[in-house]
Design a protein around this ligand. Structure first.
Ligand code: SF4
Length: 372
């Protein structure tokens, strides 16, 4: 029998074989929830229609609960370790989609993880969390009045009680089977993430609710651990297994994993316009070696990071379909296509950066930042 694929949620290797991930770990195709979405009064998001969100676990259960009128929520977390970029926007767009559909939103600011796993100085992690993550989320349109942002290290006794209970419910061998090699810091970070996902069901944080966690495929180990822990808490406290949806991470502009630590692999939403344009214009494309060849053979949008930008962030369905056709047929060359992407991105960044200053002030006023 083939070995289970091992995914390292802290690593730099991307998950590529989504089909195998779904088969091995029982992730269902996202199109299986479409009839329920409609019954719940929701339309499939662009990310769902485009196959970027490709799978789910138990999302049908959450939608059934919503249809019955029970409370539903979304939880996500951001590790404050760098600047906010288009890869982060993918998750925030999903939060806004759920917020507009009546889900309560919880955002964990993973300062504990930033300090113990990434060794970011505490004060710096707190500043990045507020000024980069919370502010950019608000500027993108997340409603701060309907969102609960919290710092892991400031979440209170019931949250930490839960974390400690979890530590007694899992063995080192089980964690190694899920994560591979572990350090004490990673064990702590993994159990803290489980507490993030499950604590919102406690009375102190609003009580019983159905929770979905939208994640990139590489974060699935955290979901598997958390679901097991929820099952093992019977007799102590009743916790519902969380649901999850899975998205394909956007590739970096150089064709490998997008990361704040390689600034040219991504565009930050705070990049000056000339800097953003410079990065976009030198991004890796699926174009041919010469213009003549491209007109004759067409380009390959599936290998193109500019097409990714069009698809993830910039274009409506019809415009996207036209770009795909014109690329494939050779009717459009990469220079023209990049300028088309830039015209949309420029508007997006200008609007966003205008909103950001006010959003930063709001961000500091709504978070309870740890004092040390
Ligand atoms: S024409 Fe556009 S989509 Fe096609 S390879 Fe070039 S940049 Fe990419």
């Amino acid at each position: 029998m083939a070995e289970e694929p091992r995914i390292d949620p802290w690593g730099t290797v991307e998950v590529k074989d989504y089909k195998r991930l779904m088969e091995v770990f029982g992730i269902k195709p996202i199109n299986t929830i479409l009839p329920l979405l409609e019954k719940a009064g929701m339309k499939p998001s662009a990310y769902m229609r485009r196959g970027i969100i490709f799978g789910h676990r138990d999302m049908d259960r959450v939608l059934e609960a919503k249809i019955r009128g029970e409370p539903v929520a979304v939880l996500t977390g951001f590790m404050p370790s760098g600047r906010f970029h288009f890869g982060h926007k993918l998750t925030v767009d999903q939060l806004i989609y759920y917020q507009n559909s009546g889900f309560k939103i919880f955002v964990a600011l993973a300062d504990a993880e930033a300090v113990i796993v990434r060794r970011i100085p505490r004060r710096e992690a707190i500043r990045i969390a507020v000024e980069e993550y919370v502010a950019n989320m608000i500027a993108l349109g997340l409603d701060p009045d309907k969102t609960e942002f919290y710092f892991q290290t400031n979440r209170g006794a019931p949250y930490y009680r839960l974390l400690q209970l979890f530590a007694g419910k899992v063995t080192a061998a089980e964690m190694e089977a899920i994560y591979g090699d572990l350090t004490p810091a990673k064990v702590m970070a993994a159990l803290t993430q489980a507490a993030d996902i499950l604590h919102v069901e406690l009375e102190e944080y609003g009580g019983y609710k159905h929770v979905v966690v939208p994640v990139g495929a590489d974060q699935d180990p955290h979901l598997r651990l958390t679901r097991d822990l929820a099952d093992r808490m019977g007799g102590i406290i009743s916790l519902e297994r969380p649901a999850s949806t899975y998205h394909k991470m956007q590739r970096g502009l150089d064709g490998v994993k997008m990361s704040s630590s390689r600034p040219d692999s991504t565009i930050f939403l705070t990049d000056p316009l000339n800097e953003a344009k410079r990065k976009l214009m030198k991004a890796l494309t699926g174009g041919r070696a010469t213009a003549e060849e491209q007109r004759r053979l067409g380009g390959v949008p599936e290998s193109c990071t500019v097409y990714d930008m069009h698809m993830y962030h910039l274009m409506g369905d019809e415009e996207l379909a036209k770009i795909y056709r014109d690329c494939r047929s050779g009717a459009m060359l990469c220079g023209e296509c990049k300028l088309l992407a830039w015209s949309k991105m420029k508007d997006l960044l200008e609007r966003h950066q205008q909103r950001l200053e006010e959003a930063r002030e709001v961000a500091w006023s709504i978070v309870d930042a740890p004092r040390f």
